[in-house]
Each structure stands twice: as C-alpha cells, then as structure tokens.
Design a protein around this ligand. Structure first.
Ligand code: GLP
Length: 266
C-alpha cells in the first residue's frame, strides 16, 4: 500500500483534496465515495474552499457515502446525510439527486444493501473512495470480524465504536446500534482508495492496516489487496509504523520522477 507521510493533519486534508481535484480535472463526471467521522471534515473544508475559488466543480459528480445509521431521519443532526449536507453538499454545486447514502429507514433494512449496490453499479462504480479508519481498524462500519467478502448490508456496531461515537450524541439521546454500510468487497471495487488517518488514537489501527497481516480482525488490512490504495497519515497516526524510512524514501524518489513521467508510482 502506498503511504504518504503528511507533515500535519492539515496537510493530510490538503493532499487528499489535491487528489480529488486532479481526478475531477481529468474526469469531471467522476463517482466519489465519501466518508463521515471527524477525520474527513478538514478535507471537505478544503474542497469547499477550492470550489469557492473556482478551482473545482462538482456539477457532474456523483457521490456514494460509505454508511448510514439505521433509525435516524435524514434531517437528524447525527445522521450521516445531515453531516454531509453540513460539511460538503450544501456548499458546493453537487446535484442533490446524485448524492447517495444507504437508506437506513427502509421498512425492511435488509433490502437497503442490494438497493445501494445496484445504484453504485448503475453509476459505473466508484472512481475514488475516501476512507477514515476506526480506532479498532474498521472501515465504513465494517467492524472487526466482518467478512472480507462482505457487500453492503446491515451491521451491528461494536461497543468500542458506540463508545468512540458517543461524543456526537447528547446525554440520554438515542444512539443507533445498527447501520447500513458498504461491505469490504464493495469498498475494494473502487478504482482508487484513499485512507485518511490523523492522531495518536489511530496509530495502532494504521500499523495493523498497513503492516499487519490481512485479517478480518482489522478490516482496513483488506486494503492490502487493493492495487491502488493510498494511506495519507499525519505524524501521530504514523507513530507505530515500522517502515517509515522506506515510505519517506519512496516519496522522495517519486517527487523526483513527477514531471518526468507524470503520475509514476514506484
Ligand atoms: C465512524 C465511520 C467511519 C469513520 C470512523 C472514524 O465509525 N463510520 O467511516 O472512519 O467513524 O471516525 P473519526 O474520523 O471520527 O475518528
């Protein structure tokens, strides 16, 4: 997996925004896979700024988010639809009908998965998927022990994830314990994957994902099977990586090659 060692959380957001800007320059009707959580908030702020500066347009873009809680109406402040509206959608020129999140309110939530998969297929698949990572290594809401072959489906959240995300809910407020999430196999079908991780709380998960064995116990480790996955990490999240010197040398060589060979990966 390619590892980009960014100098700070701010630089993580800038690098990711740049990857999206370059993609949209080449393919203005790209399909983006988006993530929620606190990590991508800075990325969305950068994209909004690029849009306001006239450097990026989302007019022809289609988006698919990774996951949505079951049981929260879209307008609920903790729903992921609301999160995306607040941080990105309402600030840019995205067509509302081309923004998608799994439907956590279907009468039969078991149907939400196949329905979402069909929509992704109809859009031609995801060109670039943004991912955060849970402290336990989850991606989307694919908790440890999720099948590496899983598709979009209903998933029960772990106690650790509920605890990590409790900060977003008021005291005594209903916090969903179920979500509809893209599966690991669904995520791996994206043409490019960019995983963002910032802060010391992610150091173990990042090490396990990038350098550990491929195992359902760390769902993000499945990205090692992807031919075009990049982890963009800040110094704290990179703290436990064993091969930092190597990643740094790869980046130095790559910087030297860019310009000569365009987007060359070594
Ligand atoms: C949630 C989301 C994930 C996200 C994770 C980490 O559980 N479903 O997509 O990666 O939180 O969130 P944060 O970036 O806030 O640490």
């Amino acid at each position: 997996m390619e590892v980009i060692l960014a100098e700070s959380a701010e630089r993580v957001a800038e690098r990711a925004a740049e990857l999206i800007r370059i993609l949209l320059e080449k393919k203005p009707d790209a399909v983006l896979g988006l993530a929620t959580g606190s990590t991508p908030v800075a990325l969305y702020a950068k994209l909004v700024a690029l849009h306001k500066a006239g450097r990026v347009s989302f007019r022809r873009v289609t988006t698919f988010n990774l996951d949505e809680y079951v049981g929260l109406p879209p307008a609920h402040p903790q729903s992921y639809r609301h999160f995306m509206e607040e941080h990105l959608f309402r600030h840019v020129d995205l067509a509302p009908e081309r923004t998608h999140l799994p439907d956590g309110r279907m009468a039969n939530p078991l149907e939400a998965g196949p329905d979402y998969e069909a929509k992704i297929r109809a859009a031609g698949g995801i060109d670039l998927q943004i991912l955060g990572i849970g402290g336990n290594g989850h991606i989307g809401f694919n908790e440890p022990t999720s099948s590496l072959g899983s598709r979009t489906r209903l998933k029960t959240l772990t106690g650790r994830t509920l605890e990590d995300n409790r900060r977003f809910f008021a005291e005594g407020e209903f916090q969903p314990t179920l979500a509809v999430t893209m599966g690991i196999a669904t995520i791996l079908e994206a043409r490019k994957i960019v995983l963002l991780a910032t802060g010391r709380g992610k150091a173990d998960a990042v090490r396990n994902a990038v350098e550990g064995p491929v195992t359902c116990v760390c769902p993000a480790s499945a990205l090692q099977w992807h031919p075009n996955a990049t982890a963009v990490v800040d110094p704290e999240a990179a703290e436990k990586l064993q091969y930092v010197d190597y990643y740094r040398s790869v980046l130095d060589i790559q910087d030297g090659l860019v310009g000569k060979f365009g987007e060359y990966r070594v």
